[in-house]
Each structure stands twice: as C-alpha cells, then as structure tokens.
Design a protein around this ligand. Structure first.
Ligand SMILES: C[S@@+](CC[C@H](N)C(=O)[O-])C[C@H]1O[C@@H](n2cnc3c(N)ncnc32)[C@H](O)[C@@H]1O
Length: 292
C-alpha cells in the first residue's frame, strides 16, 4: 500500500519523515521495557500492549484520549478499522485489545514508526489483527472503496496540508454507515498557540487549522457530523487500570525528539501545568450516510 508523495508535497513529506524519526526507537523501547523487568511472557499475555502505552500513544492525554474517542465510535465486533497516521501503532493495538475479532490497518508517513509499529505488534503477538503500511493519508488510492467499517485518526491530520482530500479519501474507503473519529490539535480563534506545538513538527510542516474548517471539510466530503467538541481535560476518560503497567522510562516525553522535541516538551509541561492545552484539541465523529 506504500504511496509516494505528490511532487508538490515531497518537501514537507521529507521534513516530516525526519521529524517523526528516532533512530533505533524499536530497539530502545524493547531494551528499556526489559530493563524495567517486564518479561516476554508479560508482553505476550493479554495486557502486553499496555506496557508501551506511555510511548505509543503519541498524542495529548495518551490512552485516556484514545478511550474518549473510542467511546464515541462504538466499534463493533469483527469490524475492519483503518488508523490514518497511525504512528507507532499504539491506538491500533489498543483497539485490538478492546474489541473482539477486529482487524486494524495502520497507515503512516514515517518509515521508522511503521517499523516500530510492526515490531511492537509482533512482540505482543497481535500481528494477526493489526498490520501497518507506509503511505500518505491524503492518497488512499490503493485501498478499495468501502473497505472499512471505521476510521480513526489521532493527532495526525494536523500535519496534513490538504485536509479536504484527506476527508474525501477517508469517506471513500468507508462503507455506508461507517464512522470516522478524529482527535486533533486545532487552532482556536482568540487563543494563543502554545509553543509546544512545534513538538509535533515545526510550523512549516504542521498545518494546524481552526476546528470549524474540519467540520466544513467533513460535510463537503459527504459525511454527516455525529459529534464535535473542543475538548478539555474534564472530557477525557480515565485510561484503563491496565495502563498503569506502562513503563515510565518508555515515554514520548523522553524517547522521541523530532526537531527540537526535548526542549519543546518543557513548554508542553509548563502549558499543562497552567491548565491551558485543552483549549486546542478538537474531537469529531462523522458518519458516511446510508446503511451497510
Ligand atoms: C503526533 S503523531 C500521532 C501518531 C498516532 N496517531 C498516535 O496518536 O499515536 C503524528 C503522526 O502523523 C503521521 N503523518 C503526518 N503526515 C502524514 C501523512 N500525510 N500521511 C500519513 N501519516 C502522516 C506522522 O508520521 C506521525 O506518525
């Protein structure tokens, strides 16, 4: 399913490829988890996925955010799900752990993160249920129309310049009645953009947009809007108890740099402490009309 970026997008693509790239990330994660005393048996057990949930949920509020979005999507048993901009595959593995008999396909621009996604999925014995590909979420032309029951995308559309194309592509690959769930950093008119945004790539490579435009694009692509909200901390569900197993040293705060990532984390923590960041997160659930 690998897709090459269009020529006009190639420069941004190449910069993002460098940003979402930490050499030997898979090996570092696995080594640190082992050093923390987690055994092969632990990782291959039903809670194996949770040991990585500090690092493989590369978005604000981590697994709590994932639970919040999933609650609105109501993924059904046996569903086919696509994760657009899946990063290291944490959301995909959380979906596999939570819902029976689902199959998740993850697509991401970063070749390194796709390698990490495959490696962690293999480690926790979920390869039969989650698979990962390198590609552009604005071009899903290799996926047949109506292939999926659900689509998710967390903190990824913010990096995409052509959001309307992204919505149209998501619409095309969903079945009638299928739902798309988005959790993303958005611009809120009148609110200052915190500096930590650059942790998720520098301003020339992120395309953070006002939330109303997401709603317009979704509608223009053909979706019916089921739910939308600029969320704050009080909207976020508690992560399941099992996520307490997550190894603290294996966190995106410490393991991933990207361009200027570590210094920017200090800004993120300070903004968090000031109780501000929630004003910039949008959650949207929309549906392709018709019944499946
Ligand atoms: C902040 S990370 C979020 C990863 C994952 N969704 C999660 O929540 O853990 C943003 C991800 O979007 C991916 N991304 C950015 N632009 C993309 C594009 N055009 N197509 C596919 N993936 C993209 C990046 O490679 C990166 O893995």
């Amino acid at each position: 399913m690998t897709t090459a970026p269009s020529p006009e997008y190639a420069a941004v693509w190449n910069k993002l490829q460098l940003h979402y790239n930490e050499p030997n990330l898979l090996e570092t994660i696995l080594r640190k988890v082992e050093e923390a005393g987690v055994t092969k048996k632990d990782l291959e057990g039903p809670n194996g996925w949770a040991y990585f949930s500090n690092v493989d949920q590369y978005h604000n509020a981590k697994q709590g955010a994932t639970e919040t979005l999933l609650e609105k999507l109501n993924i059904t048993r046996g569903a086919a799900v696509v994760d657009l901009g899946c990063g290291m595959g944490g959301v995909a593995r959380a979906i596999v752990a939570k819902y029976q008999d689902v199959k998740v396909t993850g697509l991401d621009l970063s070749t390194e993160y796709v390698r990490v996604a495959k490696g962690l999925t293999e480690t926790v014995k979920m390869t039969g249920s989650a698979q990962f590909f390198n590609g552009d979420m604005q071009d899903l032309s290799r996926i047949p129309e109506g292939a999926f029951d659900f689509a998710v995308s967390m903190s990824a559309a913010m990096n995409v310049p052509n959001k309307l194309t992204f919505f149209k592509e998501a619409f095309r690959v969903l079945k009638a009645g299928g739902k798309l769930g988005i959790w993303d950093l958005v611009r809120v008119p009148g609110e200052e953009m915190p500096d930590f945004y650059t942790y998720y790539s520098s301003p020339s490579e992120n395309f953070i947009e006002v939330f109303d435009k997401y709603l317009n694009y979704a509608t223009e692509a053909g979706f019916i809007i089921n739910f939308h909200k600029i969320v704050d901390g009080s909207d976020v569900l508690t992560a399941p108890e099992v996520c307490k197993l997550a190894v603290q040293e294996v966190s995106f705060n410490t393991l991933m740099t990207g361009a200027n990532g570590r210094p920017k984390m200090a800004d993120m923590s300070a903004t968090n402490a000031a109780g501000k960041p929630w004003k910039q997160t949008g959650m949207l659930v929309c549906e392709k009309p018709g019944s499946s």
